[in-house]
Design a protein around this ligand. Structure first.
Ligand code: NAD
Length: 355
């Protein structure tokens, strides 16, 4: 598979990825390799990764506890201390082997250690492959505030090995799938249509779909590296999705949501808003709801949850001049950014989702 040229680095696949990695390690003549993992990627991905990495350069493994709750400065401090104690220097390289938590945190740790050392991302979840692999965003959470501390900095390369996904739990797979559906809805109708019937999905098909998803995100990011225009398209489903995510987090009686589960609901609700503004046809709206509902259970959003969820939209970081901003689809495969909506329209969209 041809590597994808991202902003300052390449995304490689499978064996060609391992070849590129070994070549890069040799050429850069690193003094040491530090592989950052959490317990999931340690158990399921590290053994096969190491088996494919013939190198004379000394390797150290640094593990931290998995989960968003550990994506914080405290964990960074532990990793910086470990690097220091293990003798990492300015010619060391960090390989982030794991989901989005490992690649986000590891990229940030590398960017600040000794004013910045090289890092390489090897995403092992579907979400990290199709989403976090592009855009150069690294960082950690500050208390409950997601991704508040961070930098934009490109990895030296990204290696995508889809066989890692064989051990990924179904709900984590679905979480990544939500972003792939979004890529089709905002950018590529033919790609979206591939998801209408996933019954024949085999491993090669999945790899091809991952490839196209990365290509789409990359094309969007390259058009708008400063995030002032078309890149906002990536927020489709996310304005409402993030509010639902925060609301569920604040209410312990609600189930814990994965990011993609909230975004899936967000895409149905924002899809309705697009229909209400005559941006998509009733057939398109029905298709979106049918495909997403086929993959995702409806979320337990009760009538009394709707207004408090809407109140959280005020905090959305994409708001401008006090107005909530949406990226909505304009027909399947196209997007229109900087859209606003009346409270009533949003309420109606929640009612549509709930019934
Ligand atoms: P995650 O990193 O928490 O991984 C989910 C779980 O899967 C973890 O328990 C992990 O140990 C386990 N795991 C990882 N690989 C596995 C494998 N191959 N087999 C079995 N288990 C495995 O979650 P995630 O969904 O990958 O990432 C979410 C994070 O990504 C969030 O913090 C989000 O902010 C970030 N993110 C960043 C970007 C970006 O542009 N930088 C984009 C999207 C998401």
């Amino acid at each position: 598979m041809t590597p994808i040229q991202a902003n300052g680095y390449q995304v490689y696949f499978h064996e060609s990825g391992y070849k590129a990695l070994v070549q890069l390690l040799q050429q850069a003549n690193y003094s040491g390799i530090f592989i950052l993992v959490d317990e999931g990627s340690h158990e399921y991905c590290l053994p096969s990764f190491l088996a494919n990495l013939p190198t004379e350069i000394p390797i150290e493994i640094i593990e931290f506890e998995s989960g968003e709750a550990h994506k914080n400065l405290h964990t960074c401090l532990e990793v910086w201390n470990a690097l220091s104690e293990l003798g990492a220097d300015r010619k060391s390289v960090i390989i982030n082997l794991g989901g989005g938590v490992v690649t986000d945190l590891g990229g940030f740790v590398a960017s600040a250690f000794k004013r910045g050392i090289d890092f390489i991302n090897v995403p092992t979840t579907l979400l990290a492959m199709v989403d976090a692999s592009i855009g150069g965003k690294n960082g950690v959470d500050l208390g409950a505030l997601k991704n508040q501390i961070g930098v934009i900095n490109a990895p030296k390369m990204v290696l995508i090995e889809p066989t890692f996904l064989e051990t990924l739990p179904q709900n984590e797979m679905r979480s990544g799938l939500a972003e792939m559906l979004k890529h089709g809805l905002i950018y590529d109708r033919a790609y979206w249509q591939e998801f209408l019937d996933l019954s024949a999905l085999d491993f090669d098909e999945l790899t091809r779909l991952i490839y196209r998803s990365i290509e789409i995100k990359n094309e969007i990011v390259l058009q708008d590296p400063t995030e002032n225009g078309i890149r906002k398209a990536l927020n489709f489903g996310h304005t409402i999705g993030h509010a639902i995510e925060s609301y569920f987090l604040e209410h312990p009686q609600k189930p814990t949501l994965l990011h993609g589960e909230a975004i899936a609901a967000g895409m149905i609700i924002e899809g309705f808003m697009a229909w209400r503004k005559n941006l998509i046809s009733p057939t398109e709206l029905n298709e979106i709801k049918a495909v997403i509902s086929d993959l995702f259970e409806p979320l337990p959003i009760e009538a009394e949850d709707v207004l408090p969820i809407m109140d959280l939209l005020i905090h959305d970081k994409k708001n401008e001049y006090g107005q909530v901003q949406f990226a909505l689809i304009e027909g399947i495969g196209q997007v229109i950014i900087n859209q606003t909506a009346e409270k009533e329209e949003i309420k109606e969209a929640f009612t549509y989702y709930r019934t």
